[in-house]
Design a protein around this ligand. Structure first.
Ligand code: CA
Length: 222
Protein backbone atom coordinates (compact mmCIF):
# COMPACT_ATOMS: atom_id res chain seq x y z
CA UNK A 1 0.00 0.00 0.00
CA UNK A 2 1.11 3.54 -0.66
CA UNK A 3 2.73 5.65 2.00
CA UNK A 4 1.71 9.24 2.35
CA UNK A 5 3.46 12.15 4.03
CA UNK A 6 1.20 14.80 5.54
CA UNK A 7 2.72 18.23 6.13
CA UNK A 8 0.17 20.27 8.04
CA UNK A 9 0.66 22.51 11.07
CA UNK A 10 -2.91 22.20 12.35
CA UNK A 11 -2.41 19.06 14.38
CA UNK A 12 -6.12 18.28 14.52
CA UNK A 13 -6.40 18.27 10.75
CA UNK A 14 -3.20 16.26 10.41
CA UNK A 15 -4.55 13.71 12.86
CA UNK A 16 -7.89 13.38 11.04
CA UNK A 17 -6.06 12.95 7.75
CA UNK A 18 -3.84 10.26 9.24
CA UNK A 19 -6.80 8.38 10.69
CA UNK A 20 -8.82 8.53 7.49
CA UNK A 21 -5.93 7.56 5.24
CA UNK A 22 -4.84 4.74 7.52
CA UNK A 23 -8.43 3.53 7.61
CA UNK A 24 -8.17 3.27 3.80
CA UNK A 25 -5.05 1.16 4.21
CA UNK A 26 -2.39 3.77 3.50
CA UNK A 27 0.65 4.22 5.65
CA UNK A 28 1.16 7.77 6.86
CA UNK A 29 3.42 10.06 8.76
CA UNK A 30 2.83 13.68 9.69
CA UNK A 31 5.08 16.71 10.05
CA UNK A 32 3.88 19.98 11.57
CA UNK A 33 6.30 22.51 10.06
CA UNK A 34 7.72 23.09 6.60
CA UNK A 35 11.24 22.34 7.75
CA UNK A 36 10.46 19.06 9.45
CA UNK A 37 8.22 18.12 6.53
CA UNK A 38 11.08 18.57 4.11
CA UNK A 39 13.37 16.53 6.37
CA UNK A 40 10.86 13.70 6.54
CA UNK A 41 10.42 13.87 2.80
CA UNK A 42 14.15 13.33 2.30
CA UNK A 43 14.39 10.46 4.77
CA UNK A 44 12.58 7.89 2.66
CA UNK A 45 10.57 7.32 -0.48
CA UNK A 46 6.99 8.55 -0.41
CA UNK A 47 4.22 7.70 -2.82
CA UNK A 48 2.41 10.96 -2.22
CA UNK A 49 2.65 14.18 -0.21
CA UNK A 50 -0.26 16.18 1.21
CA UNK A 51 1.09 19.65 1.70
CA UNK A 52 -0.58 22.55 3.48
CA UNK A 53 0.28 25.91 1.92
CA UNK A 54 0.15 27.99 5.11
CA UNK A 55 2.95 26.57 7.24
CA UNK A 56 5.25 28.13 9.83
CA UNK A 57 9.02 28.45 9.15
CA UNK A 58 8.99 27.37 5.52
CA UNK A 59 5.81 27.98 3.51
CA UNK A 60 4.18 25.10 1.71
CA UNK A 61 5.07 26.62 -1.65
CA UNK A 62 8.72 26.85 -0.64
CA UNK A 63 8.62 23.23 0.51
CA UNK A 64 7.13 22.30 -2.85
CA UNK A 65 9.79 24.24 -4.71
CA UNK A 66 12.54 22.41 -2.81
CA UNK A 67 10.91 19.04 -3.35
CA UNK A 68 10.61 19.69 -7.08
CA UNK A 69 14.23 20.81 -7.41
CA UNK A 70 15.24 17.18 -7.03
CA UNK A 71 12.08 15.13 -7.39
CA UNK A 72 9.75 15.67 -10.28
CA UNK A 73 7.67 12.55 -9.94
CA UNK A 74 6.28 12.13 -6.41
CA UNK A 75 2.73 13.49 -6.53
CA UNK A 76 2.05 16.47 -4.27
CA UNK A 77 -1.48 17.58 -3.41
CA UNK A 78 -1.76 21.05 -1.91
CA UNK A 79 -4.18 21.97 0.82
CA UNK A 80 -5.11 25.58 0.13
CA UNK A 81 -7.39 28.15 1.71
CA UNK A 82 -10.76 28.65 0.06
CA UNK A 83 -10.10 31.96 -1.65
CA UNK A 84 -6.43 31.73 -2.30
CA UNK A 85 -6.33 31.62 -6.10
CA UNK A 86 -2.69 32.88 -6.21
CA UNK A 87 -1.57 29.95 -4.05
CA UNK A 88 -3.30 27.50 -6.35
CA UNK A 89 -1.80 29.03 -9.46
CA UNK A 90 1.75 29.24 -8.13
CA UNK A 91 1.37 25.80 -6.59
CA UNK A 92 0.50 24.24 -9.93
CA UNK A 93 3.26 26.25 -11.60
CA UNK A 94 5.72 24.89 -9.07
CA UNK A 95 4.70 21.36 -9.93
CA UNK A 96 1.87 20.44 -7.57
CA UNK A 97 -0.28 17.70 -9.11
CA UNK A 98 -3.55 18.80 -7.61
CA UNK A 99 -5.02 20.85 -4.80
CA UNK A 100 -7.85 20.51 -2.35
CA UNK A 101 -9.51 23.56 -0.86
CA UNK A 102 -9.98 23.82 2.89
CA UNK A 103 -12.31 23.02 4.52
CA UNK A 104 -12.47 19.83 2.49
CA UNK A 105 -14.77 16.87 2.43
CA UNK A 106 -12.74 13.82 3.32
CA UNK A 107 -14.32 11.82 0.48
CA UNK A 108 -13.17 14.39 -2.04
CA UNK A 109 -9.67 14.35 -0.63
CA UNK A 110 -9.53 10.55 -0.73
CA UNK A 111 -10.68 10.61 -4.36
CA UNK A 112 -7.89 13.06 -5.26
CA UNK A 113 -5.35 10.88 -3.48
CA UNK A 114 -6.49 7.77 -5.37
CA UNK A 115 -6.45 9.62 -8.65
CA UNK A 116 -2.92 11.00 -8.16
CA UNK A 117 -1.58 7.61 -7.13
CA UNK A 118 -3.22 5.99 -10.16
CA UNK A 119 -1.70 8.48 -12.57
CA UNK A 120 1.77 7.75 -11.24
CA UNK A 121 1.23 4.01 -11.43
CA UNK A 122 0.06 4.11 -15.04
CA UNK A 123 3.08 6.23 -15.87
CA UNK A 124 5.51 3.87 -14.17
CA UNK A 125 4.04 0.79 -15.84
CA UNK A 126 4.51 2.46 -19.19
CA UNK A 127 7.97 3.70 -18.52
CA UNK A 128 9.49 0.59 -16.96
CA UNK A 129 11.22 -0.18 -20.26
CA UNK A 130 13.23 2.72 -21.64
CA UNK A 131 15.44 2.95 -24.69
CA UNK A 132 18.54 4.82 -25.68
CA UNK A 133 20.08 4.25 -29.12
CA UNK A 134 19.67 0.51 -29.65
CA UNK A 135 19.75 -0.31 -25.94
CA UNK A 136 16.73 -1.39 -23.93
CA UNK A 137 16.83 -0.34 -20.32
CA UNK A 138 14.48 -2.23 -18.04
CA UNK A 139 13.82 -0.39 -14.81
CA UNK A 140 12.20 -3.38 -13.15
CA UNK A 141 14.94 -5.94 -13.79
CA UNK A 142 17.63 -3.23 -14.05
CA UNK A 143 18.99 -4.91 -17.18
CA UNK A 144 20.55 -3.09 -20.08
CA UNK A 145 20.35 -5.08 -23.29
CA UNK A 146 21.18 -4.76 -26.97
CA UNK A 147 19.68 -7.84 -28.55
CA UNK A 148 21.26 -10.71 -26.63
CA UNK A 149 24.11 -8.60 -25.41
CA UNK A 150 23.89 -7.47 -21.80
CA UNK A 151 25.98 -4.77 -20.19
CA UNK A 152 26.66 -4.70 -16.47
CA UNK A 153 26.20 -1.31 -14.92
CA UNK A 154 26.79 -0.44 -11.29
CA UNK A 155 23.64 0.71 -9.42
CA UNK A 156 24.65 4.38 -9.69
CA UNK A 157 25.53 4.07 -13.36
CA UNK A 158 22.12 2.56 -13.93
CA UNK A 159 20.33 5.32 -11.99
CA UNK A 160 22.27 7.96 -13.85
CA UNK A 161 21.39 6.42 -17.21
CA UNK A 162 17.69 6.32 -16.30
CA UNK A 163 17.82 9.93 -15.15
CA UNK A 164 19.31 11.01 -18.48
CA UNK A 165 16.73 9.03 -20.45
CA UNK A 166 13.85 10.44 -18.41
CA UNK A 167 15.12 13.93 -19.16
CA UNK A 168 16.11 13.37 -22.78
CA UNK A 169 16.82 16.60 -24.61
CA UNK A 170 17.30 18.65 -21.44
CA UNK A 171 20.60 20.07 -20.31
CA UNK A 172 21.19 18.87 -16.76
CA UNK A 173 23.70 20.50 -14.46
CA UNK A 174 26.02 18.52 -12.21
CA UNK A 175 24.31 19.75 -9.06
CA UNK A 176 20.91 18.52 -10.27
CA UNK A 177 22.35 15.19 -11.30
CA UNK A 178 24.11 14.74 -7.97
CA UNK A 179 20.99 15.57 -6.00
CA UNK A 180 18.84 13.25 -7.99
CA UNK A 181 21.13 10.27 -8.45
CA UNK A 182 23.35 10.43 -5.37
CA UNK A 183 20.76 11.92 -3.05
CA UNK A 184 20.23 15.15 -1.15
CA UNK A 185 22.88 14.41 1.37
CA UNK A 186 25.79 13.73 -0.92
CA UNK A 187 28.48 16.30 -0.20
CA UNK A 188 31.23 14.90 -2.36
CA UNK A 189 32.85 16.44 -5.38
CA UNK A 190 30.67 17.06 -8.45
CA UNK A 191 33.51 15.51 -10.50
CA UNK A 192 31.99 12.17 -9.66
CA UNK A 193 29.31 12.97 -12.25
CA UNK A 194 31.97 13.39 -14.93
CA UNK A 195 33.53 10.06 -14.00
CA UNK A 196 30.21 8.24 -14.24
CA UNK A 197 29.30 9.92 -17.51
CA UNK A 198 32.61 8.66 -18.92
CA UNK A 199 31.71 5.13 -17.79
CA UNK A 200 28.32 5.30 -19.47
CA UNK A 201 29.74 6.68 -22.70
CA UNK A 202 32.29 3.91 -22.81
CA UNK A 203 30.19 0.95 -21.72
CA UNK A 204 27.19 1.82 -23.92
CA UNK A 205 28.98 3.66 -26.73
CA UNK A 206 27.00 6.80 -26.06
CA UNK A 207 29.65 9.43 -26.87
CA UNK A 208 27.64 10.68 -29.85
CA UNK A 209 24.42 11.18 -27.90
CA UNK A 210 25.45 11.86 -24.29
CA UNK A 211 26.78 15.34 -24.87
CA UNK A 212 28.72 17.79 -22.76
CA UNK A 213 26.98 21.13 -22.36
CA UNK A 214 29.76 23.57 -21.77
CA UNK A 215 29.51 25.45 -18.48
CA UNK A 216 26.43 23.45 -17.46
CA UNK A 217 26.71 19.71 -17.48
CA UNK A 218 25.29 17.11 -19.81
CA UNK A 219 22.44 16.44 -22.18
CA UNK A 220 21.21 13.23 -23.74
CA UNK A 221 20.31 13.95 -27.34
CA UNK A 222 16.73 13.14 -28.37
CA1 CA B 1 -1.77 25.76 8.05
Amino acid sequence: MANILIIEDEKKIARVLQLELEHEGYETDAAFTGTSGLEKFKEQNWDLVLLDVMLPELSGLEVLRRIRSTDTSTPVILLTARNSIPDKVSGLDLGANDYVTKPFEIEELLARVRSSLRTVQVKSEHSSVLTVKDWTVNEKTREVLRGEEQVDLTPKEFDLLVYFIENKGQALNREQILNRVWGFDYYGDTNIVDVYVRHLRKKLELSDVLLTVRGVGYRLKE
